[in-house]
Design a protein around this ligand. Structure first.
Ligand code: SAM
Length: 471
């Protein structure tokens, strides 16, 4: 029986409720009056529940879809301005005992090179990432209690935060590791992680079990209830995601929103981020085997509707997607992107992109400097800000900042100051020239005089070599 407040996976992600939702969407996909009222609700930043959002997903009327896109853009501009937060994944280990059929790290893959970073190698990777200009990382690792126990992950986090190379620093470490215990989440929190990210892969239990035939990840309920344990362990920023291509996208979309509603209902705060990965080719993985792949149009529609349904949840897009697709969905609501990613273990220290330990092929292979310049050319401010979490603005406190409309007095100057650091320390001449102009123009968009003045002073200090200012 469907119950968003339940702590049981099969009650808050209720299969029957999803089927009824899909039927409701199908029945109402031409119901203009209902569609208009849902669109109007989204326009008022009220968010949408899974049923309402599923009606919009089912709707195929071109003029209505255009309207959804234009509201997604409006919401994006209003809540996130023109800032795009930058991050990079860091692969610690590809040892894994699970049997995920879509992932080349699966335990039965005897062909892929297995590798786990030593602490010395972590320092080298972090140094290379700092030398590009990165300040925020997402840690990635396979599940293997012998090779990658929680102690190993914790040690890596400590090493990462300790590396201070030139003006570089990693100021926020997000973690994407397998579902674990409340106690381990508590330890991750104590180690100073930002967001705990775990992709559901698919919300369809039967498919989930087939796609994860062996290993601890086979347990659908344990995996689906992970975010509740993370929150119980004190982590209040959690990141959801679905691996699109595994199951029918309408089913996943309803499940994803039900998961967000569940977190809000039980913990009083929804997910901090939602990621939207699509299956990619990798070592022994052929994406065409999975017959639920979605084209770029559907992908864009999903991104736009996530923006409408959960306006205060950040949306992340990785380098799985090409420059062209990223361009489209950034406009429709994405607020965070990775740049210059290497999905191999130890990949950043290498001059040439290694492919022998890669988790998936990277579509967008540009350097961070190129990605930063490209964003600015499109009018976006690349932001290396990590202030919220360091100022304790996580969970509901972050949501209050969003809802109070104070973002422009807080996130905007922080974006400009961290961009300035990037320009001073890492940018090419061309990028720097473009960025300096952008900072001067964008200073005018800080509403409060006092904040603008302080920001200007900090920018001058950054010019003189001082680092790490924040509001
Ligand atoms: N091992 C962790 C777990 O069990 O959730 C997560 C880390 S894994 C390195 C990160 C994510 O990569 C997975 O959750 C999955 O969604 C995604 N992934 C795996 N294989 C992929 C593929 N072939 N193409 C695109 N993404 C993939």
């Amino acid at each position: 029986m469907y119950n968003p407040k339940s702590l049981k996976a099969e009650e808050f992600i209720c299969h029957e409720e999803i089927l009824e939702t899909l039927a409701y969407g199908e029945k109402n996909k031409d119901n203009v009056e209902l569609i208009d009222s849902i669109i109007q609700k989204a326009r008022l930043l009220k968010g949408l529940n899974h049923r309402e959002a599923s009606v919009l997903l089912a709707c195929e009327m071109p003029d209505k879809i255009e309207e959804m896109y234009s509201i997604a853009e409006e919401i994006k501009k209003k809540l996130y301005g023109n800032r795009i937060v930058m991050f990079a994944p860091l692969y610690l280990s590809n040892y894994c005992i699970n049997g995920c059929t879509y992932c080349p790290y699966h335990g039965k893959n005897k062909h892929i090179t297995r590798k786990k970073l030593t602490q010395e190698e972590v320092v080298k990777e972090v140094t290379a990432l700092q030398d590009m200009g990165h300040k925020r990382l997402a840690l990635e690792a396979g599940e293997d209690p012998v090779h990658n126990p929680i102690e190993y992950i914790l040690e890596c986090i400590q090493t990462i935060y300790s590396v201070k190379h030139k003006n570089g620093a990693i100021r926020r470490v997000n973690v994407n590791i397998a579902a674990t215990t409340v106690e381990n989440y508590r330890r991750l929190k104590e180690a100073g992680i930002g967001t705990y990210i775990l992709f559901q892969e698919t919300y369809h239990k039967e498919s989930y079990e087939l796609l994860h035939p062996t290993g601890p990840k086979h347990d659908y309920n344990y995996h689906t209830e992970a975010m509740d344990r993370a929150m119980e362990g004190g982590i209040d920023d959690v990141g959801l995601g679905v691996l699109f291509g595994l199951e029918r996208y309408k089913y996943e979309f309803a499940g994803l929103l039900m998961h967000a509603e569940h977190l809000e209902a039980v913990h009083g705060v929804g997910p901090h981020t939602i990621s939207v990965p699509r299956i990619k080719h990798a070592d022994d993985i052929d994406p065409s085997v999975f017959d639920n792949s979605i084209d770029d149009e559907v992908f864009a529609k999903l991104c736009a509707l996530i923006r409408l349904a959960v306006p205060y949840t950040g949306m992340i897009i990785s380098t799985r997607e090409s420059q062209r697709v990223r361009e489209k969905v950034i406009r429709l609501g994405v607020s965070q992107i990775s740049g210059a990613s290497r999905t191999s273990v130890g990949g950043y220290q290498e001059k040439e992109r290694p492919t022998d330990t890669e988790q998936f092929d990277v579509s967008d292979q540009r350097s961070l400097d190129e990605v930063v310049r490209w964003l600015m050319e499109m009018g976006y401010i690349p932001s290396f800000c990590t202030a919220c979490y360091r100022e304790g603005r996580t969970g509901d406190r972050f949501m209050s900042l969003c809802k109070s409309g104070q973002i422009q007095n807080c996130c905007h100057p922080n974006a400009l100051m961290t961009l300035k650091e990037f320009l001073m320390d890492y940018a090419s001449e061309e990028t720097r020239a473009l960025g300096e102009k952008m900072i001067q123009d964008e200073l005018a968009n800080i509403p409060k005089d006092k904040v603008r003045e302080v920001c200007r002073e900090h920018l001058e200090k950054i010019e003189r070599g001082i680092r790490d200012f924040r509001f």
